[in-house]
Design a protein around this ligand. Structure first.
Ligand code: PMP
Length: 438
């Protein structure tokens, strides 16, 4: 039982605590597709936790691997030492990544993965005597976690404005969402590919000799599910190649089957120089993140002068044995159950089901891709996000559904194990819920 004092002590991230304290949304157990509240109510997890529990909850092989690992080797120093399973997981991840992305650097979260990738990009140019290449380019409405690097290249005003100077020398591409041109699109919008050309303008403005890397989420997730316009990512790759700039895909959300493939890079046939991952790598069970880098990036360090061979960057818990064991077991579940392919097979049905809410009250746009959907609600005058927040609260308390909201957008990203019946039940429940929101 929680006392009112307990509710005072805990600082809940990203949540207006005053509102939360009035009706806390608490969960105390999870199994497969469901969360359970402390009083035993089942809540359908339509968000895979926070886009991470792609295999569903408390999957037996993953649970067992974690338990076994905790008893066998709880920790191995991550500087100068390692353990065999870390090499095995790196190999498995490299095999899932396209082309010659064949080396894995481990961190513990998406934010750390992003900061690691940005630092690797800067050091990559430095070890080659091109230390003037320091500029980092992100995108408006990009979310890259909450480290100083991530918020500097990120494009969310509220996540930046209280934190002073940030990294200097960052720029942002325009975001790719245009409701007038794209409303109710399934998959990649036709309109917007040309926006990649603004990279050319930014690079020309500063000169390519000053630009280190471009980082984008292939599909911007946290800021409302914005699939890339057709040909957009290919064009970014071409411009980066033309000017000698590294391209980083932040696949913290899009990795591990969310879009029907191991990576978005695979879905779009575009090979970035680095891919950041986290979340789905352990299906949300144990914190883990990392960067998969192309051979030429890794080789630049290994072929560099002796004193820079060991890039000084790493975390106490890089390749933590329990996270690694969870990662290996999770990849087994994805493979054995064909979950990435399953997400691809369900994509059209999922889109049909989501689009069935098109004419519901207050709905102004719906976007779908892979096993992701976003439903935009019209703002209440003077209260951006209030309607969606209310929907989230009522979905949890009254309809037994967990949804995620960002601004006026409801985001859905269920575990890839969702059944067709559960999918139908989810959209049926959401339809009834939307009928009750003024
Ligand atoms: N990058 C992307 C694309 C993300 O979606 C997130 C988390 N939503 C992060 C980075 C940060 O991950 P974490 O919260 O694990 O630090």
């Amino acid at each position: 039982e929680l006392s009112p004092n307990d509710l005072e002590a805990f600082w809940l991230p990203f949540t207006p605590n005053r509102a939360y304290k009035k009706s806390p949304r608490l969960i105390s157990r999870a199994k497969d597709l469901y969360y359970y509240t402390p009083d035993g109510r089942a809540v359908l997890d339509a968000t895979a936790g926070l886009w991470c529990c792609n295999a569903g909850h408390a999957r037996q092989p993953i649970v067992e691997a974690i338990q076994k690992q905790a008893a066998e080797l709880d920790y191995a120093p991550s500087f100068q030492f390692s353990h065999p399973k870390a090499f095995a997981l790196a190999t498995r991840l490299a095999m899932l990544a396209p082309a010659d992305l064949d080396h894995v650097f481990f961190a513990n979260s998406g934010s750390e993965a992003v900061d690691s990738a940005l630092k690797i990009a800067l050091a990559y140019w430095n070890v080659q005597g091109k230390g003037s290449k320091t500029r980092l380019i992100g995108r408006e409405r990009g979310y890259h976690g909450v480290g100083f690097g991530g918020i500097s290249v990120g494009g969310i005003v509220n996540n930046r404005k209280f934190f002073g100077g940030l990294l200097t020398g960052t720029d942002h591409l325009p975001h790719t969402y245009n409701r007038a041109e794209q409303a109710f699109t399934r998959g990649e919008p036709e309109w917007g590919g040309h926006l990649a050309d603004s990279l050319e303008s930014i690079v020309n403005l500063h000169d390519a000799s000053t630009v280190a890397a471009v980082i984008v989420e292939p599909m911007a997730g946290s800021t409302g599910v914005l699939p890339p316009p057709k040909s957009y990512l290919k064009r970014l790759r071409e411009i980066c190649d033309k000017h000698g700039i590294l391209l980083i895909f932040d696949e913290v959300i899009t990795g591990f089957g969310r879009l029907g493939f191991a990576t978005a890079a695979e879905r779009y046939g575009v090979v970035p120089d680095m891919i950041t991952f986290a979340k789905g790598v352990t299906s949300g069970t144990v914190p883990m993140g990392g960067v998969i880098v192309r051979k030429h990036v890794y080789d630049a360090f290994m072929n560099g002068p002796e004193h820079v061979i060991e890039l000084f960057h790493g975390y106490t818990y890089s390749a933590h044995p329990i996270a690694v064991a969870a990662g290996l077991a999770t990849l087994d579940v994805y493979r054995d159950e064909g979950l990435f392919e399953r997400a691809g097979e369900l994509e059209e049905e999922w889109a049909d089901a989501a689009m069935s809410l098109k004419d519901k009250r207050n709905v102004v746009d719906i976007r779908t891709i892979g096993l992701v959907a976003a439903i935009d609600l019209e703002s209440r005058p003077g209260a951006v996000g209030a309607r969606a927040y209310e929907a989230m609260d009522r979905a949890f308390h009254d309809h037994g559904i967990m949804i995620r909201v960002t601004g006026d957008t409801i985001a859905l990203s269920p575990p890839l194990t969702i059944s067709r019946d559960e999918m139908a039940g989810l959209f049926d429940g959401l339809g009834r819920l939307l009928d009750t929101i003024d």
